[in-house]
Design a protein around this ligand. Structure first.
Ligand code: AMP
Length: 374
């Protein structure tokens, strides 16, 4: 039986070996814990810094059972871990977040129904199982609209913007697995995200909401804090807290939001794990999103989510991202991070860099001035 809070020296199990697992394991080490990473690939960013490793398929029940026996608690670093793996572990060891939170966030339709239920507005949407459904959904929502898979979509994969009637059949044929969802196109003024941690006792701590910019569907920049009126930032925080409560989460959750030109917010996606748009917290807050995640999972008190600096985060993507590395190392007030990936393929997240700015200064800066040489 696991007793919480976990004493120093305990082993935390992490499903998934990507950079989010790597940075979680590093944060755990600082708090005196060791991490055991379970992932299908030895050559992964998380494995490089893990104290213990299991290289096995998520479907390998025997490996999952051995893993469960070797750890005090299990968490995950990406939400596409098969729910069956977490289900198999749940009977053997505490899992934080649990299966219900994971299942809600793995399915876009379930996620939207959940946001509707807890009172976070979302863009009008319809479930689409057939071409006839799609025709009816387009008649109801109008064009343009965005057709998305319900599962396994990330970084813009598994979606298509429909602009006219000719686009419907090819997009329906291309996207899968079915069912799909059709969403009204949102003419957003900005994309925001807010990250909330929730402890086992229900305490919630929310980081300042940030403004995100994408390039080729991949997060490129985050500006922290978002340059929005205080009422909008408060609403974003309240929505993220409502999501953490509604999921009965123990851990961390990111809520991606669209900001409409009239100041209203619409929920888009939920990720029940550390999030790329929270990497700025590593250098601009006393405790990062990864430390908050580990604190929640280990049953420790959450840290104050205050920021001591404003920050701009840039993702280092593909070979071009790596080319910037020597220059970033020479810059003052810039903290670079690399994930240890051997091959810099196009579109691959290789690392990120945080530019620190004096607290409260970002609101007065243009994007160009905020970025500086970043
Ligand atoms: P998602 O996979 O849902 O996070 O979508 C990836 C990106 O596509 C978002 O960050 C937006 O930039 C864009 N996008 C997604 N859904 C919509 C929508 N309904 N209207 C306009 N843009 C969207």
């Amino acid at each position: 039986m696991t007793a919480f809070p976990l004493p120093p020296g305990s082993v935390i199990g992490i499903l998934g070996g990507g950079q989010l697992g790597r940075m979680s394991a590093l944060a755990a080490a600082r708090l005196g814990y060791a991490c055991h990473i379970f992932a299908p690939d030895l050559d992964s960013p998380g494995m490089q810094v893990a104290a213990h490793r299991t290289v096995a398929a998520y479907e390998d029940r025997a490996a999952l059972a051995r893993f469960a026996a070797s750890v005090a608690v299990v968490t995950f670093e990406f939400e596409n871990v098969p729910a069956a793996a977490l289900e198999a572990l749940a009977g053997l060891v505490p899992c934080r977040p649990g299966l219900a939170a994971l299942a809600t966030c793995q399915d876009r339709a379930a996620e939207k129904a959940f946001l509707d239920r807890i009172g976070v507005p979302v863009a009008p949407w319809r479930l689409v199982e057939s071409e006839a459904d799609l025709t009816a959904a387009v008649a109801a929502l109008g064009l343009p609209a965005v057709l998305k898979t319900t599962r396994m979509g990330y970084d813009g994969r598994g979606q298509a913007v429909l602009r006219d009637a000719m686009d419907l059949a090819p997009a329906f044929a291309r996207l899968g697995p079915k069912p799909l969802v059709l969403e009204a196109f949102v003419p957003f003024a900005a994309e925001l995200s807010a990250i909330a941690a929730r402890g086992a006792d229900g305490t919630i701590a929310v980081f300042d909401p940030v403004e995100n910019r994408h390039a080729h569907h991949i997060l490129d920049l985050s500006f922290a804090p978002a340059r929005v009126p205080a009422a909008v930032a408060d609403a974003a925080r309240a929505h993220a807290a409502a999501v953490a409560d509604g999921l009965d989460l123990v851990g961390i959750v990111a809520l991606e939001l669209f900001l409409l030109p009239d100041g209203r917010l619409l929920g888009n996606e939920i990720a029940p794990r550390p999030h790329n748009s929270g990497h700025w917290t590593m250098d601009a807050c006393a405790a990062s999103q990864f430390e908050q995640h580990i604190r929640a999972v280990a049953g420790l008190p959450l840290a104050a989510p205050d920021r001591h600096h404003d920050a701009v985060m840039r993702n280092l993507i593909g070979p071009e991202g790596l080319d910037a590395w020597p220059r970033l190392l020479r810059m003052g007030q810039v903290v670079p991070h690399l994930y240890g990936k051997a091959e810099a393929r196009a579109g691959r997240k290789m690392g990120h860099a945080n530019r620190l700015l004096p607290h409260g200064s970002l609101a007065k800066l243009t994007d160009k001035a905020a970025l500086g040489e970043l």
